[in-house]
Design a protein around this ligand. Structure first.
Ligand SMILES: C[S@@+](CC[C@H](N)C(=O)[O-])C[C@H]1O[C@@H](n2cnc3c(N)ncnc32)[C@H](O)[C@@H]1O
Length: 308
């Protein structure tokens, strides 16, 4: 199937690409957005991209794109943004940062990566398969109360307690090592079915967020983006669920108001600390046509801020 980057036209438009600008794509994936940025850059423009997934960085399409001298690709977590930008000597010189969060289609479609309950494979779910513990290892040792909390918090799963109990009982007999084993255990544990939603959807999302520290990564990179971007630089973030979107929305809201130090009255101009960003657009959603071609786009929400 042809790769369709989510909200492609909107992302490029909101980045407001300057021909000689410096751009960062924090989530290279299959490089769809990166290629779009390169296509709009002139000969002196630059694009740095990251992905924590070694398969994405070593892929044929990435290697082909690396022939372009304006492009660099690094195998990193995006929470290392500031370090990398510092070592490249580009602090406060960046014109735009793009984040298209979550997992890519090659990650979801490959049963060996263990992200999908629709495909049987090892229960891994690490975006970087060379680091950290797999979902199977985590499920072997996690405390029941912590598991309940992860399922509630990151999956918004109302049957968190039942599912956690079922996991603890099952693992006492034998380890849960495959996606199918976990999905069928959840199917048995959950008493009612939601329309159009597999009962394992929320649990898989929750475990994936936990083992990849996805929300911490996002909070870190947002903070760093203010120091990396130059005035007028754009921050464009595409989220796929309410937990991510809430973090982005609050960050932009908190950074776009004036903050003053409480307790100092009367308030003087010098006591007012200005935020680093202004909101550059209302929240954007994918169009009907895109959703018809790519159902994943239905849950996408784009937020855009401009560095002051
Ligand atoms: C939705 S895909 C991006 C798709 C991409 N925009 C395209 O056009 O092909 C998300 C990618 O970001 C990567 N990723 C997710 N979180 C990351 C993080 N914290 N640091 C670096 N890469 C991350 C994933 O490995 C995945 O390849």
């Amino acid at each position: 199937m042809k790769h369709l980057p989510v909200m492609f036209a909107e992302a490029l438009q909101q980045l407001a690409i300057k021909k000689d600008g410096i751009y960062l794509d924090c989530t290279f994936g299959r490089g769809g957005h990166s290629q779009g940025i390169l296509d709009q850059l002139g000969p002196s423009g630059r694009l740095l991209a990251f992905d924590r997934d070694v398969d994405a960085v070593n892929s044929d399409y990435a290697q082909a794109m690396l022939k372009d001298k304006r492009f660099q690709l690094m195998h990193n977590c995006f929470s290392e943004l500031e370090n990398i930008v510092t070592s490249e000597g580009l602090m406060s010189h960046v014109d735009g940062i793009l984040m298209d969060l979550g997992v890519s289609s090659p990650q979801l479609d490959n049963p060996e990566r263990g992200f999908s309950f629709l495909r049987d494979g090892p229960l891994d779910m690490r975006m970087n398969g060379n680091a950290g513990v797999s979902a199977a290892q985590w499920l072997m040792t996690v405390d029941e109360r912590d598991l309940v909390e992860v399922l509630f918090e990151y999956g918004e799963e109302r049957f968190a307690r039942r599912i956690a109990r079922a996991v603890i009982e099952r693992r006492a007999q034998s380890p849960i090592t495959t996606t199918r084993q976990l999905a069928s255990l959840i199917e048995e544990a959950v008493p009612i079915r939601e329309k159009h939603k597999h009962p394992a959807t929320r649990t898989f999302q929750a475990i994936r967020i936990e083992i990849n520290r996805e929300l911490e990564e996002l909070k870190d990179v947002l903070q760093q983006s203010a120091r990396v971007l130059k005035p007028g630089g754009r921050l464009v973030v595409i989220s796929f669920h309410s937990l991510e979107d809430r973090i982005v929305k609050r960050f932009i809201r908190d950074e776009s108001g004036a903050k003053y130090h409480p307790g100092k009255l009367p308030i003087k101009e010098v006591d007012i600390e200005k935020g680093f960003f202004k909101k550059a657009s209302k929240a954007l959603k994918a169009g009907k046509q895109e959703i018809a071609q790519n159902p994943r786009a239905r849950s996408a929400i784009m937020r855009v801020a401009e560095r002051l």
